[in-house]
Write a protein that binds this ligand. Structure first.
Ligand SMILES: [Zn+2]
Ligand SMILES: [Zn+2]
Length: 347
């Protein structure tokens, strides 16, 4: 069976088969192996290393099946990256070929809300990287797709998966295109994919890794403070601080400002004794939007000394002023730190 007829068969039979046992199911087998094999000749026409991956579920049925086309230089998993994919729409009366993005990995890093915002931010950038999408017959409309892997039938519009779509084309099961039109659309889509890869490459993934790094240390800016662009700036800020950590200026800053945190007023040697002696971090106060230009002489005024916790929190807040940080810190903690006795003895 050819790729189009398999797609139509799936559209007609999936809703019923989904009520049957998954293991050993005939349609699931067609989806997984016959469907990708049926497009091998189209894939052979592209220069890019693209693999077709189709699924009806993993161990259990998905809400709907899909077939994704993954450029292996970019991603080998539909969980991340951007790629063309066949998806079915609500009610199985239509399906579509869309340029979508993997949402799973982003969702686990950022949470659903911020992941959605990030996918929406990327979609127009993907479009701009292949300006011919419209003349090649694709459009921007809201495709009512079942999320890949989403087993809840009722959800849609705000699902990150749907928001991730850059452009696409709809096919009606009752009024399908000809096979040659269908295969030609796929080839055009794969060519656009190549074009996008040439321009964007894996920039988004590099950004994602930065966000994952910040999330790991708890410094990913909290939602609504600086947004995701802020994450990249915080990362720059941290790199700069790391480079300067052992510089004479930073040592002088600490020696002159002292070892009491300017946020919570903790003195770490009062808390931890010898192990906390002279334990403090230097934080750049220069606002993130005004990264210091090369050659500009930094002075002690450009820094605050902070305990590691306050330092992470100020990053999390998107690097506001020291005053702002102090307003965030509970004043009771400062009072406590002022009264704590430094010369305690281990009992
Ligand atoms: Zn502190
Ligand atoms: Zn800092």
């Amino acid at each position: 069976m050819d790729a189009l007829h398999i797609a139509l068969k799936i559209g007609k039979e999936f809703a019923f088969e989904r009520t049957q046992k998954y293991k050993g199911n005939h349609l699931a087998h067609i989806i997984r192996s016959d469907w990708p094999n049926s497009v091998a000749q189209v894939l052979a026409k592209t220069k890019a290393p693209i693999i077709a991956r189709a699924s009806a579920g993993t161990g259990n049925w998905n809400a709907a099946p899909f077939m994704a086309f993954l450029d292996e230089r970019l991603t080998t998993s539909p969980q991340r990256g951007y790629y063309p994919v066949f998806l079915y729409e609500r009610g199985f009366e239509s399906f579509c070929l869309v340029m979508a993005q993997g949402a799973d990995r982003l969702k686990s890093t950022l949470g659903n809300k911020d992941a959605l915002r990030e996918l929406k931010r990327r979609a127009p950038k993907i479009r701009d990287a292949a300006p011919d999408w419209e003349s090649k017959g694709f459009s921007v409309e809201s495709f009512q797709t079942y999320s890949r892997g989403n087993v809840t039938f009722g959800r849609n519009a705000d699902d990150p998966w749907a928001a991730s779509v850059a452009f696409g084309k709809r096919y009606l099961i009752a009024n399908p295109p000809t096979l040659s039109e269908f295969l030609n659309d796929l080839l055009l889509m794969l060519e656009l994919y190549e074009e996008i890869y040439e321009r964007i490459g894996d920039t988004f993934f590099a950004e994602e890794l930065v966000m994952e790094g910040l999330a790991a240390t708890g410094e990913l800016p909290i939602a609504g403070v600086t947004g995701l662009d802020g994450a990249l700036k915080i990362d720059e800020h941290k790199k700069r601080e790391r480079r300067e950590r052992n510089s004479k200026l930073v040592k002088d800053v600490k020696a002159n400002l002292g070892y009491i945190c300017q946020g919570c007023e903790a003195s770490l040697d009062a808390i931890y004794g010898e192990a906390g002696k002279e334990f403090i971090e230097a934080h750049h106060l220069t606002p993130l939007s005004q990264a210091p230009k090369q050659g500009v002489q930094l002075t002690e005024k450009d820094f605050a000394v902070l305990c590691p916790t306050c330092h992470r929190i100020i990053h999390r807040l998107g690097c506001p002023s020291l005053d702002h940080l102090r307003q965030v810190v509970n004043p009771q903690l400062r009072n406590f730190h002022r009264t704590i006795k430094p010369n305690w003895k281990v009992a």
